[in-house]
Each structure stands twice: as structure tokens, then as C-alpha cells.
Design a protein around this ligand. Structure first.
Ligand SMILES: [Ca+2]
Ligand SMILES: [Ca+2]
Length: 363
């Protein structure tokens, strides 16, 4: 009798799960258009209020404003000449050689300081700014906890690390109200000419010792107290999909291949500090294991919970649910990005997916 009831329970649990997968993974024709949602633009007050307590700032009127920095950059772009550009690249490569050797091209380097055998640096990537440290030949990058609504100036203090303090020059910025595609969001200063003083003890905190600091884990919703958030035996630091335990199945493979298709000419899989972000409630999608890029797949509800400065450079692609044609031979997934959209057509043959991508509109 007992086993009879437990089988009923198992069957109903199973069908409940099947229902969830059907609802979240496959289109039923009643889909609303969720293509590419813009998000609320933060007010200057919200941006200043979000500044974390380990970052102090003061004004120095000798520093450049964000607008001056922006105009300098635009001028150097419009005066483009091949030799000047070559010289600029050579100077950059020589100056930041030690950091490039240790972190590759994962960051855009803004500052470097050498002390005895150690090297310190500041790097920028899709999440904002990082403190870089090479000690005993071991490179570590620590997210500074300053959002994408911060700009660091081109001119930085020469000795920017002293004891547990880091000094940097910059501005708080925001997306200005007249944001429209196809161009990236225009930005404007919220507070200019700032000297930031950052507490490195707080920045270096890595409670689970997995080499992602607490500030970064909290930002991307990993567990700062577990070195293996999804409990799949692979450390957060090297896990290609650290939020979900990967699983092999027909439709999981489909989503993995669609993601890889966009990164097919790159190999970002070893870039520990960069990710492609997606929103999906589909079990198959969440469990993907792409080979070219690391991914963070969030449930749909996070679309509205995650901070907008985080979302800014994180979700460049939208992938929809799976649509089946009438005889069940062909499958389609809609995609969208800042550049346009279309669909991926997929055919399953001899245990493999064959994909072709069709663009239907460009922005
Ligand atoms: Ca950690
Ligand atoms: Ca893991």
C-alpha cells in the first residue's frame, strides 16, 4: 500500500514538473512580446544613495569632468590616424604588459603600480571596475563594488595603492533620459571631479575562498558563503554555468548550441570574470552547458529585481521559448538584441541539432 501511494506521489510530482517544463519552455501561441525591455532609468539621488559604505568620495576641482573626458575621447576618435593609433596601442601594451600577461584581454586596464614583486592594477569590464593584484605570481581580481554608473578618468594617481586604501579619480554618471536604439545609452554626470577612497579590506573579502570576492558574488547572485553555489562539484570560479547544475538532454543541448552559435568565433570559456546573461524560467535553458562562453541564467522575476546598473552590460541577447512546427520536425527560437532580431531554426537529426539563424529585423 505504502509503495502504491508513493508511486502516486511520484507520478504527480513528475507530471507537475512536466507541466512546468511545458509551460516555461514551449510556446503555446499566447505569448506576449517580451523581446527587449528597456528598464527604468535611475535618478541621480538613487545613484548617490546606492554608493556602498566602503567607498568614500570628495571633490577635487582640478580633475576633469565627465563631459571633458567624453569630449577628449571623441576628439581622439575623430582625429583618427593610423600611426597615432598604433603608437597609442603600443604604449598601452607596454605600460600594462604585466597585467595583460596575468589577466589576458579580459579587462581594459586603467592603472598599474609595481611594488617589490607585487603588481596592482585597475581593470574595467562589463560589470564595472576591478582591483587587480598579482602576488607571488598568483593573479586575483576583486570587484570594487562600484557600479556601471561610475566612470574612472583616463588620468589616474600614480601611486594608487597604499596599505589598505585605493585611490582613484572619476565621476558618478547615469543614463540620460533620451536613450534610444541603435546607439548605446548616452550618459551624463551625476557628480563630477571625484576622488574615490576605497577600503581594500572590504574589497578583498572572499568568505568561501573561491576567488570571487563577496562584492562580486552578491552582485551576480552567487552564494558568497559557498564555493560551489549550484552544488555540482565545480567551483563557482571555473563553473561555466555557476547558478545551475548542468544536465544533458535534447532541449538543453539545443539552448547550449544556440548560445554557442553567437560566440562561435570566440573562446571566452576561460575568462573567469565575464559572462553572458539570460532570463528564462525554462528548466532546459537554465541547465545549459555552452562551450564558448560562461553564462548566468536568471529566472524571469529577476528581470525586475536586478539592479539596472548591473543589467546595463549584461543581457545583450534575448532568447525566447521553443516553438514547434505542426509535424514536430522543426523547432524555432526567437532571439533579439540591441542590433535587431529574428529566429533560430533547428532540426534534430541523428541525435544532433542543425541550426540556422534568420534575421528578420535590424534596428
Ligand atoms: Ca567567494
Ligand atoms: Ca558549481
Amino acid at each position: 500500500m505504502k509503495s502504491f501511494y508513493s508511486s502516486i506521489l511520484l507520478i504527480s510530482l513528475f507530471s507537475c514538473k512536466q507541466y512546468e517544463i511545458e509551460k516555461n519552455c514551449f510556446e503555446d501561441g499566447k505569448e506576449k512580446d517580451t523581446k527587449y525591455k528597456e528598464f527604468k532609468i535611475d535618478t541621480p539621488e538613487e545613484i548617490l544613495k546606492a554608493n556602498p559604505s566602503h567607498v568614500k568620495f570628495s571633490i577635487n576641482k582640478d580633475l576633469k569632468t565627465y563631459e571633458e573626458e567624453f569630449n577628449d575621447e571623441r576628439k581622439s576618435m575623430s582625429d583618427y590616424d593610423e600611426n597615432a593609433w598604433k603608437k597609442r596601442t603600443e604604449e598601452y601594451n607596454a605600460k600594462f604588459g604585466d597585467l595583460r600577461k596575468n589577466f589576458g584581454e579580459q579587462f581594459l586596464y586603467k592603472n598599474i603600480q609595481k611594488e617589490n614583486n607585487d603588481t596592482y592594477g585597475i581593470g574595467e569590464n562589463q560589470f564595472g571596475y576591478w582591483f587587480l593584484e598579482v602576488k607571488n605570481n598568483i593573479p586575483n581580481a576583486y570587484y570594487l563594488g562600484l557600479s556601471n554608473f561610475t566612470h574612472f578618468n583616463n588620468n589616474q594617481p600614480e601611486n594608487f595603492v597604499s596599505g589598505n586604501k585605493l585611490l582613484t579619480y572619476g565621476s558618478f554618471i547615469r543614463i540620460s533620459e533620451n536613450w534610444g536604439y541603435p546607439f548605446g545609452p548616452p550618459k551624463e554626470a551625476v557628480k563630477d571631479q571625484l576622488v574615490f577612497e576605497i577600503d581594500l579590506d572590504e574589497v578583498r573579502k572572499d568568505s568561501d575562498k573561491d576567488r570571487f570576492n563577496n562584492l562580486f558574488e552578491r552582485l551576480i547572485l552567487l552564494n558568497p558563503n559557498s564555493a560551489d553555489t549550484d552544488n555540482d562539484g565545480i567551483s563557482d570560479f571555473t563553473d561555466i554555468n555557476p547558478l545551475h547544475k548542468s544536465e544533458k538532454s535534447k532541449f538543453t543541448d539545443l539552448y547550449s548550441q544556440v548560445v554557442d552559435h553567437d560566440y562561435k568565433s570566440f573562446d571566452f570559456s576561460k575568462n573567469n570574470y565575464s559572462f553572458a546573461g539570460y532570463f528564462s524560467d525554462c528548466d532546459y535553458f537554465q541547465k545549459i552547458k555552452p562551450t564558448h562562453v560562461k553564462v548566468l541564467v536568471y529566472p524571469e522575476k529577476e528581470r525586475f529585481n536586478l539592479k539596472s546598473d548591473y543589467k546595463l552590460n549584461m543581457f545583450s541577447q534575448y532568447l525566447g521559448k521553443i516553438k514547434r512546427d505542426k509535424d514536430g520536425k522543426k523547432f524555432f527560437i526567437n532571439y533579439g538584441s540591441g542590433e535587431g532580431g529574428g529566429f533560430v531554426e533547428a532540426i534534430y537529426q541523428n541525435g544532433k541539432w542543425i541550426l540556422s539563424k534568420q534575421s528578420t529585423h535590424a534596428i
